[in-house]
Design a protein around this ligand. Structure first.
Ligand code: CDP
Length: 229
C-alpha cells in the first residue's frame, strides 16, 4: 500500500525536537512532527492557584492544551473547548506517573502546550514536547514519556497517521508510555478495529514510542551533553 506521503506502514513522519527555546519559561521545548508544530512550556514548581487545589503530600500537575486559531484549516475559535480541555486532562494523566510529584508538596507544576500548526497526532506531539520541557525545567522524572499513534487506513494498520489519513482512515489509537518499565500512561482509540488489529496497532504505536524516546534522549543530549561526557 502506498501512503499519501510515501511512507512505509511502520514509518514515522520526520520529527525534529529542540529543548530550551523560550527564555522566560522555567522549561520549554519545540517539536515539529510532520506538519505539526508544537511548543511546550513549564512553569513551576510554584505556588498553587487556586489554593484549594493544593495537596500537602505532592505537587499538582496541570496541563493546558491550546490550538491557535490559525493552526487548523478552518480557523479555530480562540479559547478552550471540550476537546482541548479533554486533551489537557489526558496529557496530565500521561505525564503524572513519570513526574516525582511527591518531591514538591503544596506546589503546582504548570505545563502549557501550544499547537501552532496541526496535522493529526497533536496530543502525541504535545506530550512528547511537554516531557522535554519538564526535563528542561529541572523537574525530576522517573522516565521520559514518548507518545505516538497508530491506526487503520485503507484496511491496514499503519504508524503515525497524518491528517489526510486520519480523515480517510477507519481508526486512530494514540499511546504514551514510559519505555523503561513498559508502563502505558495514555491509550485512546476512536474508530473501529478488530481485536487483532487493536493488538497490532498497540504494538506498532509502541515501536513508534520507542523511536520517539531515542529522539527525545538525543535532543536532551544535544542541549545538555550527557552520557559519557
Ligand atoms: O491531534 P490529535 O490527533 O491528537 O487529535 P484529534 O482530535 O484526533 O484531531 C486530529 C486532527 O484534526 C488535529 O491534529 C487537527 O489537524 C484536526 N483538527 C481540526 O482541523 N480542527 C479542530 N478543531 C480540531 C482538530
Amino acid at each position: 500500500m502506498e501512503r499519501c506521503d510515501g511512507r512505509k506502514k511502520d514509518e514515522l513522519r520526520s520529527i525534529h525536537m529542540e529543548v530550551g527555546v523560550l527564555k522566560r519559561a522555567d522549561g520549554s521545548a519545540y517539536v515539529e512532527w510532520g506538519a505539526n508544530k508544537v511548543f511546550a512550556s513549564v512553569y513551576g514548581p510554584r505556588e498553587v492557584i487556586p489554593r484549594f487545589l493544593a495537596r500537602n503530600d505532592r505537587a499538582v500537575l496541570r496541563c493546558k492544551y491550546n490550538m491557535t486559531p490559525f493552526s487548523v484549516e478552518d480557523r479555530k475559535r480562540p479559547g478552550p473547548d471540550r476537546r482541548s480541555i479533554e486533551i489537557g486532562k489526558v496529557t496530565a494523566g500521561a505525564l503524572a506517573p513519570s513526574v516525582l510529584l511527591e518531591k514538591f508538596p503544596n506546589s503546582m507544576i504548570e505545563v502549557a502546550i501550544e499547537i501552532m500548526q496541526a496535522d493529526a497526532g497533536t496530543r502525541c506531539a504535545g506530550i512528547t514536547a511537554a516531557t522535554l520541557a519538564l526535563v528542561d525545567a529541572g523537574i525530576p522524572m522517573r522516565d521520559l514519556v514518548p507518545a505516538c499513534a497508530a491506526g487503520k487506513v485503507d484496511g491496514e494498520v499503519v504508524l503515525d497517521l497524518c491528517k489526510e489519513e486520519d480523515n480517510s482512515g477507519q481508526a486512530d489509537l494514540p499511546i504514551a508510555m514510559m519505555p523503561r518499565t513498559n508502563a502505558v500512561t495514555l491509550l485512546q482509540m476512536d474508530g473501529e478495529m478488530t481485536e487483532e488489529e487493536v493488538e497490532e496497532a498497540i504494538a506498532l504505536a509502541q515501536t513508534g514510542c520507542r523511536q520517539v524516546y531515542e529522539m527525545q534522549k538525543a535532543a536532551l543530549v544535544s542541549k545538555y551533553g550527557g552520557g559519557d561526557e
